[in-house]
Design a protein around this ligand. Structure first.
Ligand SMILES: *[C@@H]1O[C@H](CO)[C@@H](O)[C@H](O)[C@H]1NC(C)=O
Ligand SMILES: *[C@@H]1O[C@H](CO)[C@@H](O)[C@H](O)[C@H]1NC(C)=O
Ligand SMILES: *[C@@H]1O[C@H](CO)[C@@H](O)[C@H](O)[C@H]1NC(C)=O
Length: 200
């Protein structure tokens, strides 16, 4: 199953490369679309310029999206506990846990079956020392596989964690949490094109 997820990432990359190769040079008439016939919708942060060929954004992705062309939806979540959690929810990888927290629990704004999660830490040594467990309202907690499935940068890794039922809450624990900066819960790949939405 990890394979399928990373095939999806790979096919997005292939799609972007082929767009780059076959795209013509004229800009799209409206900022906000990309691709050979300007048929794919961009998801840039406010006032960002969308690259006409590959969809990447000058200002980074809109907060609800992530990935190379901002085509992966991110699941919204609420951080539980009495501490200032802005560093986890501000969409910035350089603001991190400075409160010596050993675990962080979040509830998903809408329960979904999990696919994969992206974790960003401030100390590369601790990229693989984040333990992730999850549960729904009627179950006891279970653990995601311990190792990440893909290292995106020295500080960023993707953890594959597939469930076949909707999950309501997640807890991140272990040493890595001391260095935690960002958590992204993937809600799936959704490519909006002029003819509809392609959900992969
Ligand atoms: C998209 O194209 C721009 C301009 O050629 C380039 O700077 C950027 O790295 C590309 N992004 C991706 C994700 O390929
Ligand atoms: C949250 O923590 C602050 C400071 O530690 C404290 O003053 C406040 O009463 C706490 N609030 C709740 C609801 O526990
Ligand atoms: C809750 O999780 C259990 C497995 O731990 C699963 O069998 C059950 O179907 C789930 N319930 C809902 C409502 O998703």
């Amino acid at each position: 199953m990890c394979f399928i997820i990373h095939m999806t990432l790979a096919s997005l990359t292939v799609m972007i490369i082929s767009l780059t190769v076959y795209g013509d040079q004229t800009p799209c008439p409206t900022n906000g679309w990309f691709g050979p016939d300007c048929q794919y919708q961009c998801h840039c942060a406010e006032s960002g310029i969308c690259d006409k060929d590959n969809g990447s954004c000058s200002s980074g992705c809109h907060q609800d999206w992530f990935g190379p062309a901002c085509q992966y939806a991110r699941m919204g979540f609420t951080v539980l506990g009495n501490f200032s959690s802005g560093w986890l929810t501000d969409n910035k990888d350089r603001t991190c846990n400075r409160e010596n927290l050993r675990s962080v629990t979040v509830t998903l704004d809408t329960p979904i079956p999990l696919t994969w999660l992206r974790v960003v830490v401030s100390d590369a040594v601790h990229l693989n020392t984040v333990k992730i467990s999850y549960w729904n309202k009627s179950s006891t907690s279970r653990e995601c596989p311990e190792s990440y499935t893909a290292e995106i940068t020295k500080f960023t890794a993707d953890f594959s964690c597939l469930t076949d039922y909707p999950v309501t809450s997640l807890t991140l624990s272990d040493h890595g949490v001391n260095y935690l900066c960002s958590l992204i819960i993937s809600a799936g790949l959704f490519i909006t094109y002029t003819g509809g939405i392609l959900a992969l």
